[in-house]
Every structure is written in C-alpha cells, then in structure tokens.
Design a protein around this ligand. Structure first.
Ligand SMILES: C[S@@+](CC[C@H](N)C(=O)[O-])C[C@H]1O[C@@H](n2cnc3c(N)ncnc32)[C@H](O)[C@@H]1O
Length: 281
C-alpha cells in the first residue's frame, strides 16, 4: 500500500489549537504544532478519518480533545528536578513552616501538574525526613495532573534509576528498594511515602477544580506548567494559586518561570533560589 501523504498545512490545526488554548490554557507554538501534527496523523489513520475531519471532530468533542491533550502534554520531570530549590525546601522553607504550624500540627502541600509523581514524592520524602517521627502531625500532599496515564504511573510508585539522578543519595537509599545501578530494573518507592499523597485527575484551567480544593496550602509547587500557557491562562492560574495559598505560604515555580508570576500578594523571596514566592501573612 502506498504511504499516506501528510498534508503540508492543515487549515484546521488553528481550530484544534484554539480548543486546546480555551480548555487547557495552552499557548499555540511551534513545539505544540509539531506534537499535534504527529498525533493527528496517527489518530486520523486509526479512526479512518482524513486529518481535516479529525481536527474538526476533536475540536468539538471534549473526550477526543482530552485524548489529544493526554498524548501531547510534555511530561518531563525528575526527583528533585531543580536540586537547589528542593534543598531550600528541605533546609529553610519546610522547617520555617513546621515551626509556624507547630500549634495546629498540620501541613498541606500541592503539586499542581505532578506528571508521573516524582515531584510530589520528592515533597513526601522531605516531610518524612523532617516529621517522620512526629505521628501527631497531619500531612497532606495533593498531586494533580490532567494525564491519567501519568497518574497511573505515579500510583504504582516504581521508578527507573535514571529518574533518581538528582536525588540526594541518603534519601534515595532510605526511600527506594532495589536501586543499585543505572541499568537496574525500576526500584520501588517505600509505601510509607504514599500514605499522605492524594492523586487527582483534573485540569488546572478548569474553574471547578479551584472551587473544591482541599486548601489552603502551605506550599504549592507548580513548576514547568505556566511556561506552556498563554497570557490569559498564566494570569488566571497565578491569581488562583495566590488565592489557594495560606497566608505565609510559599509558591514554587520553575526558576525560568519566575518572571511569569506577577501577583500583588506574592513576593519573590530574596533569600531563596529563583522561583520561590512568599504570600503575605
Ligand atoms: C513538564 S511537566 C512538569 C512536571 C513537574 N511539575 C516538574 O516540574 O517536574 C508538566 C505537567 O503538567 C501537566 N499539565 C499541563 N497542563 C495542565 C493542565 N491544564 N491541567 C493539569 N495538568 C496540566 C502535564 O500533563 C505534565 O504532566
């Protein structure tokens, strides 16, 4: 059978990009267009549609649009992704919050855009290290992502040694079973770390999510998510993040995303690495 010719410029891509921008807050760009091209070609072929028809159908059907989003969202992540930020959480931010919340003995953290779980599990390791011998504390880590496959991976808690490359060796040896060499099979995360984590499938650009959040949060990590959003979505999401933070709480974004956060009650923290914002008391 002759190879199917790829259509050089599909006039319906802008329709699909607009739907993704409206529903998920994603900015159309060259990277998104390339990922979209590959997914549309594949899905159209499997459904026996031409690509133009597939784009029109996907733009109008929430279920199909979600399956496109699931395929094209970038999920790159790792434990302690920005090591300097995580060291600051470990040695400065969390100890300060633990001291401040010692009356209520409760901390709520949120990994917003958690991908396959490395980020919320990094937070869980820090809490376990700092408060593991204090069973009277109530610790909650909410982990949200729109990709169900990523959440399934997180729920299994198995990670390849390469995914642990930034992790402090003392934490790695304490919380992983069976990780000895880069070519070893995936290691299993200690079950203790999973008990405070609640994985939730949701879209951060959906206002309903924000109406039913179990906050306010002491720390929100929303890293490498804003960078993929368009201006309106960034504004709206950072406003909502600010509202979801407890007074005195911290927002952490990727160090290259710090310039995207412009909220009146969030101040960059001069004594912490780039990406930290402190909410007024
Ligand atoms: C590049 S990964 C970053 C993961 C992690 N925060 C980190 O920095 O390592 C971005 C994650 O955000 C998720 N994401 C993007 N837009 C989202 C949205 N509107 N709602 C929920 N999750 C979203 C993607 O599915 C992906 O797993």
């Amino acid at each position: 059978m002759p190879a199917r010719k790829r259509q050089p410029s599909n006039p319906h891509f802008p329709l699909l990009e607009r739907a993704l921008a409206d529903v998920y807050g994603w900015a159309p760009n060259v990277g998104l267009r390339a990922a979209l091209q590959a997914v549309v070609t594949d899905k159209a072929r499997r459904l026996l549609f031409d690509e133009v028809t597939y784009c029109r159908v996907a733009a109008q059907s929430p279920g199909e649009l979600h399956s496109v989003a699931e395929e094209i969202a970038l999920g790159e992540t790792s434990f302690f992704r920005e090591p300097e930020q995580f060291r600051a959480l470990w040695h400065l931010v969390l100890p300060e919050l633990i001291e401040k919340r010692s009356g209520v003995k409760r901390l709520r953290l949120w990994s917003a855009g958690c991908s396959t779980g490395e980020e919320p599990f990094s937070l869980a390791m820090l809490l376990e290290d700092l408060l593991g011998d204090a069973p009277d504390w109530r610790l909650e880590i909410l982990a949200v992502d729109l990709r169900s496959k990523a959440l399934l991976h997180a729920s299994q808690g198995r990670y390849h040694p390469l995914q642990l490359r930034n992790l402090d060796p003392t934490l790695r040896d304490r919380f992983f079973h069976g990780v000895y060499a880069p070519d070893a099979p995936p290691g299993e995360l200690d079950r203790r770390l999973r008990r405070n984590i609640r994985l939730r499938h949701a879209n951060l650009y959906d206002p309903h999510l924000w109406q039913h959040l179990p906050g306010p949060f002491d720390v929100i990590v929303c890293s490498n998510v804003l960078t993929h959003m368009h201006h309106t979505a960034i504004q709206q999401t950072t406003t909502r993040l600010q509202q979801a933070l407890a007074p005195g709480g911290y927002l952490l974004v990727g160090s290259t995303e710090a310039g995207l956060v412009a909220q009146p009650r969030l101040r960059p923290s001069p004594t912490l690495p780039g990406g930290f914002f402190h909410r007024n008391e």
